[in-house]
Design a binder for this molecule. Structure first.
Ligand SMILES: O=C(O)c1ccccc1N[C@@H]1O[C@H](COP(=O)(O)O)[C@@H](O)[C@H]1O
Length: 230
């Protein structure tokens, strides 16, 4: 089992975000969706990419998403989908955010934002990641999301070396993703990185693709010292 790539103590001292946001992604069937929603994550994510083993298909119905508590932000995950199709799905499921994991352009981010959706643009991070290349996206995104590189556009279960993010230069806050598991929680709890707003949990907390283990999600929340919002 891979270990965390580094210890929080080895990271530079930056201001800690007041409370790290938590997104739990790849939800689809009612039982684990409702059990995880009861733990009060900030975001719940749904994969609308047909190639993914977590594709919502017919399992996730719009009423399940509409029935979630108002405090949870609903995120649809897309890979190289047209603006019209993203917009149609977002309307049907009542999405608040779209998370874009393909080669979506800054112009498409701007188009989607103009429809009232909030935009999370995901990037796969390698050793020599070029943060300058993100400049054109900065005015059009609410969050960036940094994930490991892998064969699939996302959900690879791989952890990258978070130290790359020490050089993050932009004002757009970001979510840290990629293979996070309960054993990372204690490190994440004290993580100090510029621009870090939250984390994204996915394949590391599953019983099977698209079926989260609420006990593992709860163990992660406990490990990072997260309590329910007052
Ligand atoms: O989870 C998927 O199958 C997926 C498919 C296509 C695009 C994104 C996907 N998931 C996102 O990938 C990251 C990292 O996931 P993991 O922790 O490595 O499993 C996360 O942001 C998911 O939202």
């Amino acid at each position: 089992m891979p270990t965390p790539p580094l210890s929080a103590a080895s990271l530079p001292s930056e201001d800690l975000p007041a409370r790290l946001l938590v997104k739990v992604c790849g939800m689809r069937e009612a039982a684990s969706l409702n059990a995880v929603a009861d733990l009060e994550p900030d975001f719940l994510g749904f994969i609308f990419s047909p190639a993914s083993p977590r594709y919502v298909g017919d399992v996730l119905t719009p009423d399940l998403v509409h029935g979630l508590p108002d405090r949870v932000q609903r995120v649809g995950v897309f890979v190289n989908e047209s603006t019209a199709q993203v917009q149609a799905i977002a309307f049907r499921f009542g999405l608040d955010f779209v998370q874009l994991h393909g080669q979506e352009t800054p112009a498409q981010c701007a188009e989607l934002r103009a429809t009232g959706l909030r935009v999370i643009k995901a990037f796969g991070v390698g050793e020599a990641f070029d943060f300058d290349a993100l400049g054109p996206y900065v005015p059009h995104c609410d969050y960036f999301l940094f994930d490991a590189q892998g064969p699939a556009p996302g959900g690879n279960g791989r952890v990258f070396d978070w130290r790359v993010l020490e050089k993050y230069p932009w004002p757009v806050p970001y979510l840290l993703a990629g293979g996070l598991r309960p054993e990372h929680a204690a490190v994440v709890r004290n993580l100090r990185l510029p621009g870090l707003a939250g984390i994204d949990l996915n394949s590391g907390l599953e019983i099977a693709p698209g079926v989260k283990d609420p006990a593992r999600v709860a163990a992660f929340f406990d490990g990072m010292g997260r309590t329910k919002a007052a």
